[in-house]
Design a protein around this ligand. Structure first.
Ligand code: AR6
Length: 181
């Protein structure tokens, strides 16, 4: 499924983010930037140790990465040149700023991709695994954040959501269909 916003197309696909031939892939990391399970583990395994080396340097400089922020490293052995590491919110019922933090994770990641001169960037469904954010609500925040940012004008040609199962893909498709063109 696709939707055009300005000069950028938003594409929803089912797949594995470590296999995407895009300029940058976004990692749903944790504040330590030292790797973990889920998509974070998959990216570090597939991309190799160069990614962790750069994460360690970043943590030395700036400390832990606050939820809603994003930093970039090499993509190592991934097809993508860059990995943009962001931290989504842990779901605590929705009244503790979770939507704002999730929105910020998407927008800050897009900004890093633009700063790096990327033409294409791929996102996973941030916070909807180990961090427990309800899927449909997360899809709504994710798509609104990306569309809102692109409406301000962006050099990106493609923003791809790479969704790991039919269930996750279906949730994003349902939300995107409901959002006004
Ligand atoms: N490609 C695309 N999506 C994937 C992949 C993959 N290879 N693998 C998993 N997913 P999660 P979070 C999906 O838990 O909720 C880590 O331990 C997965 O099915 O990876 O933001 C970090 O270190 C789900 O839909 O991220 C943090 O501690 C989505 O990616 C914590 O988990 C996000 O699930 C972050 O939790």
């Amino acid at each position: 499924m696709e939707r055009r916003v300005g000069n950028t197309r938003i594409v929803l696909v089912r797949g594995d983010i470590t296999r995407q031939g895009v300029d940058a892939v976004v990692n749903a990391a944790n504040p330590s930037l030292m790797g973990g399970g889920g998509v974070d583990g998959a990216i570090h395994r597939a991309g190799g140790p160069a990614i962790l080396d750069e994460c360690k340097k970043i943590v030395k400089e700036i400390g832990r990465l606050a939820p809603g922020n994003a930093v970039a490293t090499t993509g190592g052995r991934l097809p993508a040149r860059h990995v943009i590491h962001t931290v989504g919110p842990v779901w605590r019922g929705g009244g503790r700023g979770e939507p704002e933090v999730l929105r910020s994770a998407y927008v800050e990641s897009l900004k890093r991709a633009e700063e790096l001169g990327c033409r294409s960037v791929a996102f996973p469904s941030i916070s909807t695994g180990a961090y427990g954010y309800p899927l449909e609500e997360a899809a709504q925040v994710a798509l609104e954040a990306v569309i809102g940012h692109l409406e301000e004008g962006s050099p990106l040609e493609e923003v791809r959501f790479v969704l790991f199962s039919d269930t996750v893909l279906a949730a994003y498709e349902t939300v995107l269909k409901k959002l006004k063109p």
